[in-house]
Design a binder for this molecule. Sequence first.
Ligand SMILES: *[C@@H]1O[C@H](CO)[C@@H](O)[C@H](O)[C@H]1NC(C)=O
Ligand SMILES: *[C@@H]1O[C@H](CO)[C@@H](O)[C@H](O)[C@H]1NC(C)=O
Length: 295
Amino acid sequence: MKSVIFSRFFILLPWVLIVIIMIDIDTKRTFRSPVSARQRSQRTTAANLSALPVIYAITPTYNRPVQKAELTRLGQVFRQVPRLHWILVEDSSTRSDLVSRFLARCGVAAYTHLNIFTPRRFKRAGMPRATEQRNVALTWLRQHRGRKDAGVVFFADDDNTYSLELFDEMRSTKGVSVWPVGFVGGRAYERPLVVAGKVVGWYTGWRPDRPFATDMAGFAVNLQVVFSNPRAQFKRRGSQPGMQESDFLRQITKVSELEPKANNCTRVLVWHTRTEKPHLANEPKHRKDTVYIEV
Ligand SMILES: *[C@@H]1O[C@H](CO)[C@@H](O)[C@H](O)[C@H]1NC(C)=O
Ligand SMILES: *[C@@H]1O[C@H](CO)[C@@H](O)[C@H](O)[C@H]1NC(C)=O
């Protein structure tokens, strides 16, 4: 009797093993490492990158103790964005070595380095900033890109904090798109109010009377809109601080035409950060180090 049970056992054993192996293979297939939607979309787009509109990120910058640190922080984000062309515009009479060297090794494949000096009479408190730099970048685009180029223009100041998701959102901009901007250091933010998929106004703590109560980092413009409005630019004359965005946007769009991004403007994907001004009083007045180090 025992020997019969044994022989049955040995006949069944290989089959049992096969079943166990099959189950194991199947569970391995099911429990692969999770892949985020973003990674998946990157994989599919990687196969067809040339189909993506180029994001032209326009960044005005000026020489100051935190400049290289800010640009490094920004460059490390931009180098991860597919098909991004960085237009960096220095407020200076020449292109500086610091910024040239930085751009050459920052890892952003496509960039353009421009410069224009802001006249001294405009460099006063209460005056809008970086007007000339943004306009020079718009002129460059109008001269070097054409009707056939698919692109999206975005004004990316060098002191903000950008989520990579923001670039996925803005890339599909058909006309002018908007989204919320967070202000670091509180609960404050500015947000386009969206009803039934349409922008109807603004949630903001500051000057809600502005026609477009958004920050420079709160909108993107399709490149073709830049061509259809060849005279649209940032204004010095008659523009108050905080009105630059409104004065520019009213030249190219209407509030009712804005495209809400970031989940109907309910997610913050960019923050208006401010780097603390460094206190240099305790630092040596002149370099004491024996080697020259660029900071
Ligand atoms: C790449 O994108 C273009 C435009 O969207 C499309 O026509 C083409 O078929 C795509 N190519 C591949 C290999 O997916
Ligand atoms: C935004 O709102 C519209 C209208 O309510 C809706 O159809 C659409 O799916 C929403 N979009 C997102 C991304 O939630």
